[in-house]
Design a protein around this ligand. Structure first.
Ligand SMILES: [Zn+2]
Length: 553
């Protein structure tokens, strides 16, 4: 069996790995690359496999960096089943239609601009129609059920505790020379989080494909962040301000609703102060996602189930209002009665949140509370880093509101969480580390090796042959990847040309040096000097060529 790492190899997005036996090709995830122009360009490249040859896709969860290229895969010829949990199947229509809509809008916008410059029209990465065709392939399966997806491969989904429907996948691959067990972690969640069950600890595997997002960081305690959230709401309301919470529509928003439900239900003293304070969820996508949460209560954790048994839905309370229309959304900023507004997008890059920021950032009475990761370069990141003013809709807005960053609400296990999960394995497996920045992967690798584990850090798109009963060595590095293409967005042909040039030059240098004259200090003939000179010229022009390609990017 072969395993090919095709995404989330140099960073945390674009999750995509291919398992290949003599008979079958199974894809694990098909995520979108995210994070600026260079990452976005990777989405348009060819897949390092033929989409029509993939027999099926096994999806870990509904985040776009894990599922966002499925419609593209379908557009390029894939037509097999897409396996996922039932809750993921319910979230995918929201995620993929929204993503397709954004791609269509972006292309439309680029074409309007390009037309004026006389440029050729660009195609969206995929359309809403492509997304619909992908959605038709979804094949939901239950957690904890062993399912034969063909005559060689059996899978089982276990709770990952990361977002609703998220799964850790166990795969048993039976080939003529024996059986191999692979565990794909997907994204691993945090213990004791609201609503979701804890991530599953698994004891046996031969190989583990493991995420390492926070391989070098620890999170503050979640309980501390909840207390801070309560404090910040009270002090904002007392001074007559509004609390604005940018939150991801799927996951974090529901977690916020859960915490506010608790605050309103279980704290009668505070409630006296808050009984006229309404909590608005102002994001159509978040409203739809909340409905999906309610329909999937069977996968909630025990504590949340207890709420339901008592007849108190944890995602409903008297002061909670979901706004739908644009008019309703605009009306929120017409009166200045204190309130809580939860809106998307979580990093303030798009969506209704930008309007709320425009209305509240200048107001020293109001507070902006961040409850999720803010990527470099985003408006959210600028705000938590203390920007004095920001540009919104072409207008300079002073930042006078209180800015609070609560870090305890992560959906990803931190360094200790990852180590605990990895240490549960009792079978001395080999770890392939993916889905992390370089430092994070290296740190986790070191910690695991210190504990005696065999670890391979995946640093570029690469491939490994796995043989039952044979172990890969820990020091083995990745081979034959396209890291240049990934770092610089070179096309396959450009990369191929560059490689050929470099190997030509290398062999010439080898010829010259292996004649040993240089090493022995003998006089170099005129003929050889000319050859060396030519090699240097070649090298120089190759570098220039490479530069010009990079400048075009
Ligand atoms: Zn995720």
């Amino acid at each position: 069996m072969k395993i090919q790492f095709c995404g989330a190899t140099t960073g945390v997005t674009g999750s995509c790995h291919l398992l290949q036996t003599d008979k079958y090709k199974v894809l694990l995830d098909c995520g979108q690359f995210q994070g600026g122009k260079s990452q976005d360009a990777l989405n348009y490249e060819d897949f390092p496999f033929e989409p029509s040859e993939i027999n099926c896709l096994v999806l870990s969860h509904a985040h776009i960096d894990h599922c966002g290229r499925i419609p593209l895969l379908v557009k390029r010829g894939f037509h097999g089943p897409v396996y996922c949990t039932k809750a993921t199947a319910d979230l995918l229509p929201i995620m993929l239609r929204d993503s397709a809509y954004i791609h269509e809008k972006e292309a439309e916008w680029a074409n309007k601009k390009g037309q004026r410059k006389g440029e050729k029209p660009v195609e969206p990465l995929y359309t809403v129609d492509d997304a619909e065709r992908a959605l038709a392939l979804i094949t939901p399966i239950q957690y904890d059920q062993k399912i034969d997806i063909n005559d060689e491969i059996r899978i089982c989904y276990d709770e990952a505790g990361h977002i609703l429907g998220s799964a850790i996948t166990e795969l048993w691959v039976r080939e003529s020379d024996g059986e191999t067990k692979i565990v794909f972690s997907g994204d691993i969640g945090v213990m004791d989080r609201p609503i979701l069950r804890d991530p599953t600890f698994i004891e046996s595997a031969d190989y583990i494909i493991m995420e390492s997002t926070y391989g070098d960081r620890l999170h503050p305690q979640n309980a501390m962040s909840i207390q801070q959230l309560v404090d910040v709401v009270l002090r904002t309301v007392r001074r007559g301000g509004t609390v604005v919470i940018p939150a991801f529509a799927v996951g974090r928003t529901q977690e916020m609703i859960y915490e506010f439900n608790k605050l309103y239900d279980e704290h009668p003293e505070e409630y006296q102060e808050l009984k006229d304070i309404m909590v608005y969820v102002d994001s159509p996508m978040a409203s739809r996602a909340t409905e999906v949460f309610k329909e999937n209560a069977s996968v909630f954790d025990e504590k949340t189930q207890e709420y339901l048994v008592r007849g108190d839905h944890p995602l409903e309370f008297r002061n909670l209002i979901f706004t739908q229309s644009t008019e309703e959304s605009q009306r929120l900023n017409e009166d200045d009665h204190p309130k809580v507004i939860i809106s998307a997008s979580g990093m303030c890059e798009a969506g209704r949140i930008k309007h709320h920021l425009k209305h509240h950032l200048w107001n020293p009475k109001s507070t902006i509370v961040f409850v999720g990761y803010q990527a470099e370069g985003t408006l959210g990141r600028h705000l938590i880093e203390g920007a004095e003013s920001v540009n919104l809709f072409g207008e300079e807005v002073m930042v006078k509101a209180e800015i609070v960053n609560l870090e305890g609400f992560s959906g990803h296990a931190d360094m200790n969480g990852l180590l605990d999960w990895a240490e549960a394995f009792k079978t001395d497996p080999t770890f392939f580390l993916v889905h992390g920045e370089e430092q994070s992967k290296k740190n986790l690798a070191k910690l695991l090796r210190d504990r005696g584990a065999t670890v391979i850090v995946i640093e570029e798109n690469s491939e490994f042959e796995l043989k039952p009963g044979e172990k890969l060595s820990s020091s083995e590095t990745t081979v034959g990847g396209d890291s240049l293409a990934f770092d610089y967005g070179l096309s396959k042909d450009e990369l191929h040309m560059l490689r050929n040039k470099i190997s030509e030059i290398e062999s010439e240098i080898g010829d010259v040096l292996s004649s040993a004259e240089l090493a022995t200090g003998k006089k170099i003939s005129q003929d050889k000097l000319v050859r060396i000179n030519n090699i240097i010229q070649d090298l120089d022009s190759s570098i220039k060529e490479l530069r010009s390609v990079l400048v075009q990017e």
